[in-house]
Design a protein around this ligand. Sequence first.
Ligand code: 9UX
Length: 72
Amino acid sequence: QTKQLTLQIGGMTCAACATRIEKGLRRLDGVEEVNVNLALERASVNYEPSMINKEQVEQKIEQLGYQSLKET
Ligand code: 9UX
């Protein structure tokens, strides 16, 4: 059973930033689908909770150089 997470993201300044986050998150085992909306500064992530959790997703976003501000 996949879960969906939406996060407010800080630090995205261009379209490539959004693509970097999408690619980075898709590399994680357990992440099924990612959509990043630059204008809304929001990421939507579908993940398999038995494989990965919310904190690991947020950690990856920070690791990529952006901020995971809050869940929406
Ligand atoms: Mo270009 Mo967006 O370096 O960071 S990918 S501004």
